[in-house]
Design a protein around this ligand. Structure first.
Ligand SMILES: Nc1ncnc2c1ncn2[C@@H]1O[C@H](COP(=O)(O)OP(=O)(O)OP(=O)(O)O)[C@@H](O)[C@H]1O
Ligand SMILES: [Mg+2]
Length: 138
């Protein structure tokens, strides 16, 4: 992948492969191009050159939500949650979107997938925080 901003080569010829179950870290000094790499992987930035293959499909140029539909998540250095809502409700909001219920007038968001949200929180060891407001947590 390569990406330039004016005369700045933010990323030049970065290439790597990631296998199922593998954890890969990208390290480098400030301005090395790490965030730009992630921006290209999840669709926020379109590479000037290069290709990104996800299980055989070229995802370069897809929009972030299209890449997300294929199963690629992204977190940011500064996380954004709905601070006054509970941890469980934040997960429910994600599930409403994930299940394409955003414009479903019959689906009740406060009740939507409460149990599934709790199950997912248990999965990542956060079951005990489900009813706490996000703004109270670190
Ligand atoms: N949208 C942009 N417009 C112009 N220049 C940019 C843009 N995004 C990144 N750059 C430049 O590209 C280079 C790589 O930036 P990038 O943010 O990818 O680095 P990084 O490795 O994530 O740095 P950090 O460790 O500070 O987060 C830097 O020189 C930066 O100033
Ligand atoms: Mg960065």
């Amino acid at each position: 992948m390569s990406k330039s901003y004016g005369g700045v080569h933010a990323v030049r010829g970065v290439s790597f492969a990631l296998n199922a179950g593998e954890i890969l870290a990208l390290i480098g000094p400030n301005g090395a191009g790490k965030s730009t790499c992630f921006d290209m992987l999840n669709g926020q930035t379109i590479p000037d050159a290069g290709r990104i293959h996800l299980l055989g499909q070229d995802t370069a140029g897809l929009r972030p939500r299209e890449v997300w539909r294929l199963g690629v998540g992204r977190t940011f250095q500064i996380t954004a949650t709905f601070a006054t809502m509970t941890v469980r409700e934040n997960v429910q909001v994600a599930l409403v979107s994930y299940h394409r219920k955003l414009f479903d007038l019959i689906a009740s968001t406060p009740r939507y997938e409460r149990a599934e949200a709790g199950r997912l929180l248990e999965l990542v060891g956060m079951g005990g925080f489900a009813e706490r407001a996000c703004g109270e947590l670190a």
